[in-house]
Design a protein around this ligand. Structure first.
Ligand code: URP
Ligand code: ZN
Ligand code: ZN
Length: 482
Protein backbone atom coordinates (compact mmCIF):
# COMPACT_ATOMS: atom_id res chain seq x y z
CA UNK A 1 0.00 0.00 0.00
CA UNK A 2 1.19 3.51 -0.81
CA UNK A 3 2.13 5.79 2.09
CA UNK A 4 2.46 8.90 -0.07
CA UNK A 5 0.53 10.44 -2.94
CA UNK A 6 3.72 11.11 -4.85
CA UNK A 7 7.30 10.00 -4.32
CA UNK A 8 10.29 11.62 -5.99
CA UNK A 9 12.51 8.56 -6.02
CA UNK A 10 16.25 8.10 -6.08
CA UNK A 11 17.41 11.68 -6.60
CA UNK A 12 20.05 13.69 -4.79
CA UNK A 13 18.24 16.01 -2.40
CA UNK A 14 19.86 19.43 -2.02
CA UNK A 15 18.90 21.47 1.03
CA UNK A 16 20.44 24.79 2.14
CA UNK A 17 22.84 22.78 4.30
CA UNK A 18 23.32 19.28 2.82
CA UNK A 19 23.22 16.99 -0.19
CA UNK A 20 22.22 13.34 0.12
CA UNK A 21 20.58 10.53 -1.80
CA UNK A 22 16.94 10.13 -0.70
CA UNK A 23 13.34 9.82 -1.78
CA UNK A 24 10.92 12.65 -1.06
CA UNK A 25 7.39 11.59 -0.07
CA UNK A 26 4.54 14.04 -0.70
CA UNK A 27 1.04 13.94 0.76
CA UNK A 28 -1.36 16.49 -0.68
CA UNK A 29 0.52 19.75 -1.06
CA UNK A 30 3.16 19.08 1.63
CA UNK A 31 6.38 17.18 1.93
CA UNK A 32 5.64 14.36 4.37
CA UNK A 33 8.93 12.47 4.54
CA UNK A 34 12.49 12.24 3.32
CA UNK A 35 13.88 8.73 3.39
CA UNK A 36 14.72 5.63 1.41
CA UNK A 37 12.37 3.09 -0.11
CA UNK A 38 9.31 5.37 0.17
CA UNK A 39 6.21 4.00 -1.58
CA UNK A 40 3.93 6.36 -3.44
CA UNK A 41 0.67 6.11 -5.34
CA UNK A 42 2.67 7.76 -8.08
CA UNK A 43 6.37 8.07 -8.38
CA UNK A 44 8.83 10.09 -10.45
CA UNK A 45 12.21 8.59 -11.14
CA UNK A 46 14.82 11.17 -10.16
CA UNK A 47 17.93 9.00 -10.48
CA UNK A 48 20.76 11.17 -11.79
CA UNK A 49 18.87 14.37 -10.94
CA UNK A 50 19.20 16.97 -8.21
CA UNK A 51 16.03 17.55 -6.19
CA UNK A 52 16.00 21.15 -4.99
CA UNK A 53 13.46 23.55 -3.46
CA UNK A 54 11.41 25.45 -6.04
CA UNK A 55 12.92 28.83 -6.76
CA UNK A 56 11.70 31.88 -4.86
CA UNK A 57 12.12 35.01 -6.98
CA UNK A 58 11.81 37.91 -4.56
CA UNK A 59 12.14 40.66 -7.16
CA UNK A 60 10.24 40.57 -10.44
CA UNK A 61 7.87 42.90 -12.23
CA UNK A 62 4.66 41.34 -13.54
CA UNK A 63 1.68 43.28 -14.89
CA UNK A 64 3.08 46.40 -13.27
CA UNK A 65 0.70 49.29 -13.91
CA UNK A 66 2.02 52.22 -15.96
CA UNK A 67 1.28 55.83 -15.04
CA UNK A 68 -0.15 56.49 -18.54
CA UNK A 69 -2.53 53.51 -18.21
CA UNK A 70 -2.12 49.81 -19.03
CA UNK A 71 0.39 47.40 -17.57
CA UNK A 72 3.73 45.75 -18.33
CA UNK A 73 3.57 43.27 -21.19
CA UNK A 74 4.30 40.26 -18.98
CA UNK A 75 0.96 38.97 -17.68
CA UNK A 76 0.44 36.72 -14.70
CA UNK A 77 -0.20 33.76 -16.99
CA UNK A 78 2.85 34.26 -19.21
CA UNK A 79 5.05 35.28 -16.28
CA UNK A 80 3.98 32.23 -14.29
CA UNK A 81 4.61 30.00 -17.30
CA UNK A 82 8.16 31.29 -17.63
CA UNK A 83 8.77 30.98 -13.90
CA UNK A 84 7.58 27.36 -13.80
CA UNK A 85 9.53 26.50 -16.96
CA UNK A 86 12.64 27.77 -15.19
CA UNK A 87 12.04 26.04 -11.85
CA UNK A 88 10.62 28.97 -9.87
CA UNK A 89 7.44 28.33 -7.87
CA UNK A 90 7.04 31.53 -5.80
CA UNK A 91 7.48 35.17 -6.73
CA UNK A 92 7.30 38.54 -5.03
CA UNK A 93 6.25 41.26 -7.44
CA UNK A 94 5.32 44.91 -6.94
CA UNK A 95 2.32 47.07 -6.27
CA UNK A 96 3.10 50.63 -7.40
CA UNK A 97 1.88 53.90 -5.99
CA UNK A 98 1.53 56.87 -8.32
CA UNK A 99 2.41 60.23 -6.82
CA UNK A 100 -0.66 62.02 -5.47
CA UNK A 101 -2.52 58.72 -5.01
CA UNK A 102 -2.78 56.19 -2.21
CA UNK A 103 -1.58 52.59 -1.98
CA UNK A 104 -4.75 50.71 -1.01
CA UNK A 105 -6.47 50.97 -4.39
CA UNK A 106 -3.48 49.89 -6.49
CA UNK A 107 -2.80 46.98 -4.16
CA UNK A 108 -6.39 45.81 -4.61
CA UNK A 109 -5.94 46.02 -8.38
CA UNK A 110 -2.66 44.09 -8.26
CA UNK A 111 -4.32 41.40 -6.17
CA UNK A 112 -7.21 41.23 -8.64
CA UNK A 113 -4.81 40.74 -11.54
CA UNK A 114 -2.70 38.20 -9.65
CA UNK A 115 -5.76 35.99 -9.20
CA UNK A 116 -4.66 34.44 -12.54
CA UNK A 117 -1.24 33.41 -11.19
CA UNK A 118 0.06 29.88 -11.55
CA UNK A 119 2.90 30.44 -9.08
CA UNK A 120 2.48 31.42 -5.43
CA UNK A 121 2.96 35.13 -4.95
CA UNK A 122 3.25 38.14 -2.73
CA UNK A 123 3.97 41.84 -3.27
CA UNK A 124 6.34 44.58 -2.24
CA UNK A 125 4.45 47.85 -1.87
CA UNK A 126 6.29 50.67 -3.68
CA UNK A 127 6.01 54.07 -1.99
CA UNK A 128 6.58 57.03 -4.30
CA UNK A 129 4.71 59.64 -2.26
CA UNK A 130 5.18 59.49 1.51
CA UNK A 131 2.11 61.56 2.36
CA UNK A 132 0.64 61.59 5.87
CA UNK A 133 -2.34 59.55 4.69
CA UNK A 134 -0.11 56.86 3.17
CA UNK A 135 2.45 56.76 5.97
CA UNK A 136 0.17 56.87 8.99
CA UNK A 137 -3.05 55.31 7.70
CA UNK A 138 -2.46 53.15 4.65
CA UNK A 139 0.94 51.53 5.31
CA UNK A 140 -0.35 49.89 8.54
CA UNK A 141 -3.30 48.43 6.61
CA UNK A 142 -1.12 47.16 3.77
CA UNK A 143 1.28 45.50 6.19
CA UNK A 144 -1.59 43.99 8.20
CA UNK A 145 -2.91 42.49 4.95
CA UNK A 146 0.29 40.44 4.66
CA UNK A 147 2.34 42.67 2.36
CA UNK A 148 5.26 43.03 4.72
CA UNK A 149 7.84 44.82 2.55
CA UNK A 150 7.97 48.37 1.25
CA UNK A 151 10.11 49.40 -1.71
CA UNK A 152 11.58 52.83 -2.31
CA UNK A 153 13.52 54.28 -5.21
CA UNK A 154 16.29 56.74 -4.43
CA UNK A 155 16.39 57.62 -8.13
CA UNK A 156 14.12 57.63 -11.24
CA UNK A 157 11.63 60.26 -12.23
CA UNK A 158 8.84 60.12 -11.12
CA UNK A 159 9.42 57.45 -8.49
CA UNK A 160 12.25 58.75 -6.36
CA UNK A 161 12.00 59.78 -2.71
CA UNK A 162 14.19 62.42 -1.12
CA UNK A 163 15.95 61.57 2.14
CA UNK A 164 13.21 62.97 4.36
CA UNK A 165 10.51 60.95 2.60
CA UNK A 166 12.75 57.88 2.71
CA UNK A 167 13.11 58.35 6.48
CA UNK A 168 9.33 58.51 6.81
CA UNK A 169 9.06 55.17 5.03
CA UNK A 170 11.78 53.64 7.21
CA UNK A 171 9.99 54.87 10.32
CA UNK A 172 6.61 53.57 9.10
CA UNK A 173 8.19 50.18 8.45
CA UNK A 174 9.69 50.16 11.94
CA UNK A 175 6.32 50.93 13.51
CA UNK A 176 4.47 48.30 11.51
CA UNK A 177 7.08 45.51 11.34
CA UNK A 178 7.92 45.57 7.63
CA UNK A 179 11.18 45.27 5.69
CA UNK A 180 12.27 48.15 3.44
CA UNK A 181 13.89 47.31 0.11
CA UNK A 182 15.82 50.05 -1.65
CA UNK A 183 16.83 50.90 -5.22
CA UNK A 184 20.11 52.71 -4.56
CA UNK A 185 21.37 55.28 -7.06
CA UNK A 186 21.94 59.01 -6.63
CA UNK A 187 19.07 60.88 -8.27
CA UNK A 188 20.53 64.39 -8.66
CA UNK A 189 23.92 63.23 -9.90
CA UNK A 190 22.36 60.99 -12.56
CA UNK A 191 20.09 63.81 -13.69
CA UNK A 192 22.99 66.23 -13.92
CA UNK A 193 25.22 63.81 -15.78
CA UNK A 194 22.40 62.78 -18.12
CA UNK A 195 21.77 66.43 -19.01
CA UNK A 196 25.47 66.87 -19.78
CA UNK A 197 25.63 63.72 -21.94
CA UNK A 198 22.54 64.70 -23.92
CA UNK A 199 23.84 68.27 -24.36
CA UNK A 200 26.98 66.73 -25.86
CA UNK A 201 24.91 64.68 -28.32
CA UNK A 202 25.64 61.41 -26.49
CA UNK A 203 22.21 59.85 -26.75
CA UNK A 204 22.66 56.17 -27.74
CA UNK A 205 21.87 53.27 -25.36
CA UNK A 206 25.52 52.82 -24.34
CA UNK A 207 25.43 56.22 -22.61
CA UNK A 208 22.95 54.80 -20.13
CA UNK A 209 25.94 53.26 -18.34
CA UNK A 210 27.90 56.52 -18.63
CA UNK A 211 25.05 58.38 -16.95
CA UNK A 212 25.12 56.29 -13.76
CA UNK A 213 28.65 55.10 -12.83
CA UNK A 214 29.12 52.78 -9.90
CA UNK A 215 30.08 55.43 -7.33
CA UNK A 216 26.54 56.81 -7.60
CA UNK A 217 25.17 53.41 -6.63
CA UNK A 218 27.76 53.14 -3.85
CA UNK A 219 26.92 56.59 -2.50
CA UNK A 220 23.20 55.83 -2.38
CA UNK A 221 23.79 52.46 -0.73
CA UNK A 222 25.98 54.12 1.89
CA UNK A 223 23.31 56.78 2.51
CA UNK A 224 20.50 54.23 2.66
CA UNK A 225 22.43 52.18 5.22
CA UNK A 226 23.25 55.24 7.34
CA UNK A 227 19.64 56.46 7.38
CA UNK A 228 18.34 52.97 8.14
CA UNK A 229 20.88 52.70 10.97
CA UNK A 230 19.68 55.99 12.43
CA UNK A 231 16.09 54.73 12.49
CA UNK A 232 17.15 51.16 13.42
CA UNK A 233 15.18 49.74 10.53
CA UNK A 234 16.26 46.59 8.63
CA UNK A 235 16.71 47.05 4.87
CA UNK A 236 17.57 45.05 1.80
CA UNK A 237 19.51 46.66 -1.04
CA UNK A 238 18.19 45.57 -4.42
CA UNK A 239 20.18 44.63 -7.53
CA UNK A 240 23.76 45.24 -6.35
CA UNK A 241 25.80 45.58 -9.54
CA UNK A 242 29.40 45.52 -8.31
CA UNK A 243 31.70 44.83 -5.36
CA UNK A 244 32.16 48.45 -4.27
CA UNK A 245 28.43 48.58 -3.46
CA UNK A 246 28.47 45.18 -1.80
CA UNK A 247 31.40 46.38 0.33
CA UNK A 248 29.02 48.89 1.93
CA UNK A 249 26.78 45.97 2.87
CA UNK A 250 29.75 44.00 4.18
CA UNK A 251 30.71 46.89 6.46
CA UNK A 252 27.13 47.17 7.71
CA UNK A 253 26.94 43.45 8.41
CA UNK A 254 30.26 43.59 10.23
CA UNK A 255 28.66 46.15 12.57
CA UNK A 256 25.69 43.81 13.14
CA UNK A 257 23.26 45.99 11.23
CA UNK A 258 20.33 44.25 9.62
CA UNK A 259 21.26 44.99 6.02
CA UNK A 260 20.93 42.42 3.25
CA UNK A 261 22.03 42.47 -0.37
CA UNK A 262 20.55 41.11 -3.57
CA UNK A 263 22.15 40.76 -6.98
CA UNK A 264 20.81 39.45 -10.30
CA UNK A 265 22.05 37.25 -13.17
CA UNK A 266 22.49 40.29 -15.42
CA UNK A 267 25.33 41.46 -13.15
CA UNK A 268 27.08 38.10 -13.54
CA UNK A 269 26.93 37.80 -17.32
CA UNK A 270 26.24 41.19 -18.91
CA UNK A 271 28.48 44.24 -19.04
CA UNK A 272 28.29 47.89 -20.09
CA UNK A 273 29.85 46.77 -23.38
CA UNK A 274 26.61 44.98 -24.28
CA UNK A 275 24.85 48.32 -24.57
CA UNK A 276 27.42 49.42 -27.17
CA UNK A 277 25.83 47.64 -30.12
CA UNK A 278 24.88 49.12 -33.45
CA UNK A 279 21.68 51.12 -33.68
CA UNK A 280 19.06 50.49 -31.03
CA UNK A 281 20.20 46.96 -30.16
CA UNK A 282 21.94 48.10 -26.97
CA UNK A 283 18.51 48.88 -25.50
CA UNK A 284 18.03 45.14 -24.94
CA UNK A 285 20.63 45.24 -22.18
CA UNK A 286 19.63 48.46 -20.46
CA UNK A 287 18.78 48.09 -16.81
CA UNK A 288 19.49 50.05 -13.67
CA UNK A 289 21.95 49.95 -12.04
CA UNK A 290 23.85 49.37 -15.28
CA UNK A 291 25.84 46.16 -15.75
CA UNK A 292 29.56 46.91 -15.17
CA UNK A 293 32.45 44.68 -16.38
CA UNK A 294 33.87 41.17 -16.09
CA UNK A 295 35.99 42.03 -13.03
CA UNK A 296 32.91 43.34 -11.23
CA UNK A 297 31.00 40.17 -12.08
CA UNK A 298 33.76 37.94 -10.74
CA UNK A 299 33.92 40.07 -7.61
CA UNK A 300 30.20 39.53 -7.00
CA UNK A 301 30.71 35.76 -6.93
CA UNK A 302 33.25 36.14 -4.14
CA UNK A 303 30.75 38.26 -2.21
CA UNK A 304 28.17 35.53 -2.67
CA UNK A 305 30.61 32.99 -1.25
CA UNK A 306 31.40 35.35 1.65
CA UNK A 307 27.69 35.67 2.54
CA UNK A 308 27.70 39.40 1.85
CA UNK A 309 25.19 39.02 -0.96
CA UNK A 310 22.28 36.90 0.16
CA UNK A 311 19.91 36.60 -2.77
CA UNK A 312 19.96 36.32 -6.56
CA UNK A 313 16.62 37.48 -7.96
CA UNK A 314 15.71 38.11 -11.60
CA UNK A 315 14.43 41.72 -11.53
CA UNK A 316 12.39 40.45 -14.49
CA UNK A 317 11.00 43.45 -16.35
CA UNK A 318 8.38 43.27 -19.04
CA UNK A 319 9.67 45.35 -21.98
CA UNK A 320 9.82 43.74 -25.40
CA UNK A 321 12.26 44.91 -28.05
CA UNK A 322 10.01 45.09 -31.11
CA UNK A 323 6.60 46.05 -29.71
CA UNK A 324 5.47 49.69 -29.70
CA UNK A 325 4.88 49.57 -25.91
CA UNK A 326 8.28 48.13 -25.01
CA UNK A 327 11.83 49.41 -25.34
CA UNK A 328 10.93 51.47 -28.43
CA UNK A 329 7.89 53.18 -26.89
CA UNK A 330 9.52 56.55 -27.67
CA UNK A 331 10.99 55.41 -31.01
CA UNK A 332 14.35 53.91 -31.94
CA UNK A 333 16.03 57.32 -31.93
CA UNK A 334 14.93 58.12 -28.39
CA UNK A 335 17.76 59.25 -26.11
CA UNK A 336 18.84 56.64 -23.57
CA UNK A 337 17.08 58.66 -20.85
CA UNK A 338 13.68 57.80 -22.35
CA UNK A 339 14.18 54.08 -23.00
CA UNK A 340 12.43 51.86 -20.42
CA UNK A 341 14.86 50.17 -18.06
CA UNK A 342 14.95 46.50 -17.18
CA UNK A 343 15.59 43.08 -18.72
CA UNK A 344 13.55 39.87 -18.71
CA UNK A 345 14.88 36.99 -16.61
CA UNK A 346 12.25 34.99 -14.71
CA UNK A 347 12.84 31.76 -16.63
CA UNK A 348 16.58 32.11 -17.13
CA UNK A 349 17.49 32.96 -13.51
CA UNK A 350 18.08 29.44 -12.20
CA UNK A 351 19.84 28.07 -15.29
CA UNK A 352 22.26 31.02 -15.43
CA UNK A 353 23.05 31.03 -11.71
CA UNK A 354 23.49 27.25 -11.69
CA UNK A 355 25.63 27.19 -14.80
CA UNK A 356 27.82 30.19 -13.99
CA UNK A 357 27.88 29.32 -10.30
CA UNK A 358 27.79 25.56 -9.74
CA UNK A 359 28.83 24.15 -13.12
CA UNK A 360 31.79 26.53 -13.32
CA UNK A 361 32.85 25.71 -9.75
CA UNK A 362 32.23 29.12 -8.19
CA UNK A 363 29.64 27.92 -5.64
CA UNK A 364 28.36 24.56 -4.42
CA UNK A 365 24.77 23.34 -4.92
CA UNK A 366 23.78 24.19 -1.31
CA UNK A 367 24.90 27.79 -1.82
CA UNK A 368 22.88 27.83 -5.04
CA UNK A 369 19.79 26.68 -3.14
CA UNK A 370 20.33 29.34 -0.48
CA UNK A 371 20.69 32.12 -3.04
CA UNK A 372 17.71 31.27 -5.22
CA UNK A 373 15.27 29.88 -2.66
CA UNK A 374 16.15 29.70 1.04
CA UNK A 375 17.47 33.19 1.66
CA UNK A 376 14.67 35.00 -0.20
CA UNK A 377 12.13 32.85 1.65
CA UNK A 378 13.77 33.68 4.99
CA UNK A 379 14.22 37.38 4.36
CA UNK A 380 10.66 37.88 3.19
CA UNK A 381 8.91 35.80 5.85
CA UNK A 382 8.06 32.73 3.75
CA UNK A 383 10.38 30.28 5.47
CA UNK A 384 10.10 27.37 6.25
CA UNK A 385 6.91 27.03 4.22
CA UNK A 386 9.02 27.91 1.16
CA UNK A 387 12.72 27.68 0.41
CA UNK A 388 13.72 24.29 1.78
CA UNK A 389 12.96 20.57 1.66
CA UNK A 390 11.73 19.21 4.99
CA UNK A 391 8.66 17.43 6.35
CA UNK A 392 5.78 19.89 6.71
CA UNK A 393 6.96 22.37 4.11
CA UNK A 394 5.14 23.08 0.84
CA UNK A 395 6.03 20.47 -1.77
CA UNK A 396 7.64 22.98 -4.15
CA UNK A 397 10.48 21.22 -5.94
CA UNK A 398 12.59 21.48 -9.04
CA UNK A 399 14.18 18.36 -10.51
CA UNK A 400 17.43 19.39 -12.11
CA UNK A 401 19.69 17.75 -14.67
CA UNK A 402 23.09 19.13 -13.71
CA UNK A 403 24.70 17.82 -16.91
CA UNK A 404 22.19 18.93 -19.48
CA UNK A 405 23.64 21.54 -21.83
CA UNK A 406 21.47 24.12 -23.49
CA UNK A 407 22.00 27.22 -25.54
CA UNK A 408 19.57 29.83 -24.25
CA UNK A 409 17.08 31.03 -26.83
CA UNK A 410 14.08 33.21 -26.18
CA UNK A 411 11.66 30.43 -27.11
CA UNK A 412 12.90 28.18 -24.29
CA UNK A 413 12.04 30.79 -21.69
CA UNK A 414 8.32 30.94 -22.49
CA UNK A 415 7.78 34.55 -21.41
CA UNK A 416 5.81 37.00 -23.52
CA UNK A 417 8.79 39.31 -23.97
CA UNK A 418 10.12 38.99 -27.51
CA UNK A 419 13.79 38.71 -26.62
CA UNK A 420 16.24 37.64 -23.97
CA UNK A 421 19.52 39.46 -23.31
CA UNK A 422 21.03 35.98 -22.85
CA UNK A 423 20.33 34.71 -26.40
CA UNK A 424 23.12 32.30 -27.32
CA UNK A 425 24.49 31.90 -23.79
CA UNK A 426 25.56 28.30 -23.23
CA UNK A 427 24.50 26.81 -19.91
CA UNK A 428 25.12 23.51 -18.20
CA UNK A 429 22.26 22.45 -15.92
CA UNK A 430 18.56 22.68 -16.70
CA UNK A 431 15.22 22.07 -14.92
CA UNK A 432 13.46 18.94 -16.14
CA UNK A 433 10.39 19.08 -13.87
CA UNK A 434 8.77 21.57 -11.51
CA UNK A 435 6.41 20.60 -8.72
CA UNK A 436 4.27 23.25 -7.07
CA UNK A 437 2.51 22.24 -3.85
CA UNK A 438 2.57 18.58 -4.84
CA UNK A 439 1.41 19.09 -8.42
CA UNK A 440 3.67 18.45 -11.39
CA UNK A 441 3.31 21.73 -13.27
CA UNK A 442 6.25 21.44 -15.68
CA UNK A 443 7.77 18.36 -17.29
CA UNK A 444 10.43 18.47 -20.01
CA UNK A 445 9.65 22.10 -20.74
CA UNK A 446 5.90 21.63 -21.03
CA UNK A 447 4.07 23.79 -18.48
CA UNK A 448 0.68 22.47 -17.43
CA UNK A 449 -0.99 24.59 -14.79
CA UNK A 450 -4.37 26.26 -14.60
CA UNK A 451 -4.52 30.04 -14.33
CA UNK A 452 -5.65 30.90 -10.83
CA UNK A 453 -3.95 27.99 -9.06
CA UNK A 454 -1.24 30.21 -7.55
CA UNK A 455 -1.84 31.20 -3.92
CA UNK A 456 -1.41 34.60 -2.29
CA UNK A 457 1.26 34.33 0.40
CA UNK A 458 0.24 36.54 3.31
CA UNK A 459 3.34 37.34 5.33
CA UNK A 460 2.91 37.76 9.08
CA UNK A 461 5.46 39.15 11.59
CA UNK A 462 8.80 37.32 11.86
CA UNK A 463 11.95 37.72 13.92
CA UNK A 464 14.56 38.26 11.21
CA UNK A 465 13.32 41.76 10.37
CA UNK A 466 12.74 42.94 13.93
CA UNK A 467 14.72 46.12 14.73
CA UNK A 468 17.86 45.56 16.80
CA UNK A 469 16.91 48.07 19.52
CA UNK A 470 20.08 50.11 18.96
CA UNK A 471 19.03 53.73 18.44
CA UNK A 472 21.42 56.72 18.47
CA UNK A 473 21.14 58.38 21.91
CA UNK A 474 18.33 55.88 22.61
CA UNK A 475 15.95 58.24 20.81
CA UNK A 476 13.18 56.72 18.68
CA UNK A 477 12.12 59.42 16.22
CA UNK A 478 9.77 56.98 14.54
CA UNK A 479 7.46 57.17 17.56
CA UNK A 480 6.49 60.70 16.51
CA UNK A 481 4.18 61.74 13.65
CA UNK A 482 6.83 63.61 11.69
O1 URP B 1 16.24 48.51 -14.67
C1 URP B 1 15.53 47.98 -13.83
N1 URP B 1 16.06 47.42 -12.78
N2 URP B 1 14.21 48.00 -14.02
C2 URP B 1 13.24 47.52 -13.17
C3 URP B 1 12.86 48.51 -12.12
C4 URP B 1 13.81 48.49 -10.98
O2 URP B 1 14.57 49.43 -10.82
O3 URP B 1 13.84 47.52 -10.23
ZN1 ZN C 1 15.20 48.96 -8.78
ZN1 ZN D 1 13.07 45.82 -10.25
Amino acid sequence: MADYDLVIAGGTVVTPADMFAADVGIVGDKIAAIGVGLRGGRSIDAHGLLVMPGGVDSHCHIEQLQSGGGADEESWVTGSTSALAGGTTSVITFSTQFKGHGILEPLAEYRRRAAKAMVDYSFHQIITDASDEVIFNEVPQVVASGVRSLKVFLTYDPLHLDDRQFLRVLAAARRTGALVTVHCENYEAIKWRTAALLADGKTEPKYHAWSRPSMLEREAAHRAIALAEMVDQPIQIFHVSCPEVADEIARAKARDLKVWGETCPQYFVLSAQDMDRPGFEGAKFMCSPAPRDAAASEGLWKLVRDNVLDIVSSDHSGWSYETPVGKRVHGVDAPFRDIPNGVPGLGSRLPIVFSEGVSKGRIDPCTFVRMIATNPAKLFGLYPRKGTIAPGTDADLVLWDANKRFTITNRLLQHVIDYTPYEGLEVTGWPVATIRRGEVVMKDGVVQAEPGTGAFLARGPYDLIRPTGNLPFGFDASAFRV
